[in-house]
Design a protein around this ligand. Structure first.
Ligand SMILES: Cc1cc2nc3c(=O)[nH]c(=O)nc-3n(C[C@H](O)[C@H](O)[C@H](O)COP(=O)(O)OP(=O)(O)OC[C@H]3O[C@@H](n4cnc5c(N)ncnc54)[C@H](O)[C@@H]3O)c2cc1C
Ligand SMILES: *[C@@H]1O[C@H](CO)[C@@H](O)[C@H](O)[C@H]1NC(C)=O
Ligand SMILES: *[C@@H]1O[C@H](CO)[C@@H](O)[C@H](O)[C@H]1NC(C)=O
Ligand SMILES: *[C@@H]1O[C@H](CO)[C@@H](O)[C@H](O)[C@H]1NC(C)=O
Ligand SMILES: *[C@@H]1O[C@H](CO)[C@@H](O)[C@H](O)[C@H]1NC(C)=O
Ligand SMILES: *[C@@H]1O[C@H](CO)[C@@H](O)[C@H](O)[C@H]1NC(C)=O
Ligand SMILES: *[C@@H]1O[C@H](CO)[C@@H](O)[C@H](O)[C@H]1NC(C)=O
Ligand SMILES: *[C@@H]1O[C@H](CO)[C@@H](O)[C@H](O)[C@H]1NC(C)=O
Ligand SMILES: *[C@@H]1O[C@H](CO)[C@@H](O)[C@H](O)[C@H]1NC(C)=O
Ligand SMILES: *[C@@H]1O[C@H](CO)[C@@H](O)[C@H](O)[C@H]1NC(C)=O
Length: 598
């Protein structure tokens, strides 16, 4: 409880809640009051905190959460929405991974950060909340044979995840969102509070050029095609994360304990009835050289370490391709060759224009006094540019039916309400700093129906060594062609009337490319990740020989172990995935509660 309070109250909190707080948040394993819990949740990330909060609603369940990262409290780059980008690529709040050399990107390795802080990636992400099209979830139901994952059946879960709160400036949001599509959950979500002049031009473009760039009043309605204002996970000008919305309010419960700054090194199993491996505990340590500790999970271990961490921990625990594991000197426990396979992610790159607008955010990164003034405004009133996310508008668009690309490729989209590519609009040169004086505008283009497939593998049997991450960017020809289409679409956007005399020249590494061949070369040289890895411990039908977890998210062929995070996605949604992670975790919590209801 004290843990959630602002520093100004710290001494009061220490007095009032010394016993409570110290009974709940631990950094030293030897201080943990128990060694046996009903559930041990690995990772206090986006999904892990939903599990911890929902399971501990039942006072009969005892829950321990173990998180490698630090507390989120008082971390400015976590709290201030606009400063989200300052957490990456390598800070105290991240796993500073890089990929292996990417053949499709001219053998470049690209930064691949994940959140390493309470809230996990929900504490460092760029706050965009997009459920994705209804068809994304209907595809999950189809791929798994479980109608419970269909959009209509998940409605209770998206409604109990998030709720709309007023934008930081309390403006009238009529025409910008459909409140009826939204729910009542603890996660706060709001529209931009401080519209920039480029936001107005983006919206004007949808008005005058709606056939190419339709306006979508609410991208979270189940139809995700079109351009709209970003709904961001923030409220009152502050980031809302799984730590602030789920974990902190639950921490005063006596049946929930939290251990941070401790890395899970493996899951402990033994042979159970009929020789089925049974997971009964979790091993962890505060550093590579520190002693290992073990806690017991009486009912289940819930693995929520994310799309990189979860396959890594499964492999370290003997769950994976037995041949590969033996090669690393790890004793196989369950032969599940799909662990670490099927990595999907969205490739992204930035398109830049020099513009005549005079109020872009470029000056913030060029002039410390401007930065400090915006920060002071945020600090004193939670208003101004820093109270908004870095992206006030975005949209998902489809490559039209008559495009040449379809003579070569089958449509990979989940349905007609899902896009193939995304345009993200940024009111300045991003990532900063700008290459020169003046003002800039950025359109990030991302391929959101990627066909490329990658892997996460162990490089070493040491749990403190980083895994080998290979998203396989641009290894599938469709993704390259779709990116070319997206870049041309961004250029067409800027040819629209509202930008006449405003957009000057194209600049930046992709700006000069004209022919398709040049655009492809520039894309391979410039693309990076939008940080959306999924599907590395994929869910599959209960009786399927493939996949890692069944439709109840139980690891196949073993007992006592579930995976709940982005790694189990059967397919990657054409959307920013945090909403799908929350929705999945909300249902998972119900599945676990039902399984242990008697
Ligand atoms: C920079 C960035 C920007 C993004 N922007 C957006 C966005 O705008 N919108 C959006 O929808 N999505 C965005 N995403 C993606 C989104 O945040 C993730 O898909 C989602 O949060 C993943 O949730 P998760 O529960 O699967 O994993 P995480 O939230 O990453 O949680 C995993 C947790 O497990 C912990 N962990 C891992 N290994 C261990 C271990 N061995 N021991 C103990 N703990 C461990 C981690 O420290 C972490 O806290 C972004 C991601 C990043 C990194
Ligand atoms: C990445 O993190 C490791 C520790 O986890 C550290 O040793 C290394 O210096 C970091 N790399 C960068 C580029 O910050
Ligand atoms: C990338 O690496 C592969 C394998 O090492 C090599 O065959 C290829 O020529 C390299 N490509 C470039 C563009 O350097
Ligand atoms: C999935 O969709 C395909 C194609 O529409 C259909 O043939 C199949 O029966 C569906 N499977 C399930 C389990 O719904
Ligand atoms: C917001 O604007 C709409 C449309 O102009 C109007 O109908 C509505 O009354 C306004 N709401 C408030 C609270 O002012
Ligand atoms: C397991 O790994 C081995 C060695 O890398 C590989 O040859 C084999 O195809 C893998 N098995 C499956 C089923 O993927
Ligand atoms: C910024 O541009 C607007 C619109 O063109 C103009 O009215 C305003 O005076 C300009 N402000 C500055 C500081 O140049
Ligand atoms: C933020 O506000 C606090 C007091 O409310 C003050 O102590 C601190 O200096 C301020 N920080 C900045 C960066 O303005
Ligand atoms: C993998 O291990 C090798 C040998 O220890 C090391 O040189 C390399 O840097 C490691 N790769 C990564 C991505 O950590
Ligand atoms: C719409 O975009 C197309 C493609 O760039 C452009 O040719 C057209 O002029 C635009 N229409 C308007 C009204 O801006």
């Amino acid at each position: 409880m004290a843990f959630a309070l602002r520093p100004v109250f710290a001494s009061l909190a220490a007095l009032l809640a010394a016993t409570l707080a110290s009974a709940e948040l631990y950094t030293d394993a030897s201080q943990l009051p128990d060694t046996v819990y009903d559930f041990v949740v690995v990772g206090a990330g986006t999904a892990g905190n939903v599990m911890a909060a929902r399971l501990s609603e039942n006072p009969k369940f005892t829950v321990l959460v173990i998180e490698a990262g630090i507390s989120n409290e008082g971390v400015r780059t976590v709290e201030v929405p606009f400063l989200a980008t300052q957490n990456i690529p390598a800070t105290a709040t991240t796993w500073n991974y890089t990929t292996v050399p990417q053949v499709g990107l001219g053998n470049r390795s690209v930064a691949y950060p994940r959140g390493r802080v309470l809230g996990g990636s929900s504490s460092i992400n760029f706050l965009a909340y997009t459920r994705g099209a209804d068809a994304e979830f209907d595809r999950w139901a189809n791929l798994t044979g479980d109608a419970g994952w269909a959009w209509s059946n998940l409605a209770p879960y998206y409604l109990k995840n998030a709720r709309l709160v007023p934008p930081a400036d309390h403006h009238n949001t009529s025409g910008q969102v459909v409140p009826a599509d939204h729910g009542y959950g603890p996660l706060e979500m709001s529209l931009p509070g401080f519209a920039t002049s480029s936001d107005q031009k983006v919206l004007a473009t949808t008005q005058v050029n709606g056939s190419l760039f339709p306006y979508n009043i609410d991208l979270n309605s189940g139809n995700s095609v079109g351009i709209g204002l970003t709904q961001s996970t923030l409220g009152g000008g502050e980031r809302s994360s799984s730590a602030t919305a789920y974990l902190e309010p639950a921490l005063n419960r006596p049946n929930l304990h939290l251990l941070i700054e401790n890395t899970v090194t493996k899951l402990v199993s033994s042979k159970g009835a009929k020789g089925v491996p049974t997971f009964t505990g979790v091993e962890f340590a505060s550093s590579a050289s520190a002693p290992r500790h073990t806690v017991t999970a009486r009912k289940e271990v819930i693995l929520s370490a994310g799309a990189i961490g979860s396959p890594q921990i499964l492999l370290l625990s003997g769950v994976g391709n037995s041949t590969d594991l033996k090669g690393l000197g790890i004793a196989p426990v369950a032969n599940l060759p799909d662990v670490g396979q099927n990595l999907k992610d969205h490739p992204i790159l930035s398109n830049y224009w020099q513009v005549t607008l005079n109020d872009t955010f470029d000056d913030i990164y060029r002039d410390t006094s401007v930065f400090n003034a915006k920060l002071a405004q945020w600090n004193s009133s939670r208003t101004g540019l820093f109270a908004d996310s870095p992206t006030n508008a975005l949209g998902f668009l489809r490559i039209p039916d008559n495009a040449a690309i379809w003579s070569q490729f089958k449509d990979p989209a989940a349905g007609r309400q899902a896009g193939h590519f995304e345009l993200l609009f940024l009111d300045g040169y991003a990532p900063a700093p700008a290459p020169g004086p003046g003002n800039y505008f950025t359109i990030n283009t991302a391929v959101v129906t990627p066909e490329s497939v990658g892997t996460v593998k162990l490089n070493s049997s040491s749990p403190f060594a980083f895994p080998l991450i290979d998203p396989g960017f641009f290894t599938a020809p469709f993704d390259v062609q779709a990116m070319v289409y997206a870049i041309k679409s961004a250029r067409a956007f800027m040819q629209s009337a509202p930008w006449a005399g405003v957009a000057l020249s194209r600049v930046g590494p992709v700006g000069d490319a004209e022919s398709d061949a040049d655009i492809i070369a520039a894309a391979r040289a410039a693309a990076r990740t939008i940080y959306h890895p999924t599907s590395t411990a994929r869910m599959a039908p209960d009786n399927a020989a493939w996949g890692v977890v069944d439709t109840q998210l139980r690891v196949k062929g073993v007992s006592g172990l579930r995976v709940v995070d982005a790694s189990v996605f059967p397919s990657i949604p054409a959307a920013h995935p945090q909403a799908a992670v929350y929705i999945l975790a909300e249902r998972a919590a119900d599945l676990v509660k039902q399984a242990w209801s008697h």
